[in-house]
Write a protein that binds this ligand. Structure first.
Ligand SMILES: [Zn+2]
Length: 165
């Protein structure tokens, strides 16, 4: 037991040094704070955002049936009406940069990181809409802040999709 004991602290020291190196290099590679990271992951992974659910509920109540994020449609739009060849994107104002909207604030730190991120998002949205248009899709964008105005939303959706008989 005594011989094991003499090796123990040394092994621990090695392990600690290893973790320190690992921790340092991970921090170096990740310029985001934990909060920013989780927000960013939210953009990529979270499909059932509050505005999206509001739009889906309204569509359902109006009698429209749809598909969500289908893999076989360019850009995997949030809500898709295949037979009509129409697609809806429900965009968060902050991430997708709703022009003139109060929610389109810009964080005061890591400005360069954020501007790059936002530019990429806006460019991606634009090219996705262009790709869809080229293959004959009609596209409607519903901004998060507008999804909360139900009268407006109902009118917008019925105009885009056509009245249900
Ligand atoms: Zn907005």
């Amino acid at each position: 037991m005594a011989s094991l004991g003499s090796q123990g602290p040394r092994a621990d020291r090695e392990r600690i040094r290893y973790y320190v190196i690992l921790g340092f290099s991970m921090r170096q590679r990740d310029p985001l704070t934990r909060l920013e990271r989780s927000r960013q992951m939210g953009l990529v992974k979270c499909k059932d955002t509050r505005p999206e659910i509001a739009v889906r509920k309204m569509l359902w109540a109006l009698g429209y049936r749809y598909r969500l994020h289908p893999n076989d449609v360019p850009g995997r739009p949030d809500i898709v009406f295949k037979a009509l060849r129409k697609a809806i994107f429900v965009h968060g104002c902050f991430w997708h940069r709703h022009v003139g909207c109060l929610r389109t604030r810009t964080p005061k730190t890591r400005v360069r990181f954020w501007s790059k991120k936002f530019e990429e998002n806006v460019a991606r949205d634009k090219s996705t809409r262009a790709r869809l248009a080229r293959s004959g899709w009609r596209v409607l964008v519903i901004w998060e802040c507008m999804s909360e105005k139900s009268t407006w939303l109902q009118a917008k959706l019925t105009t885009f999709l056509g009245e249900r008989s």
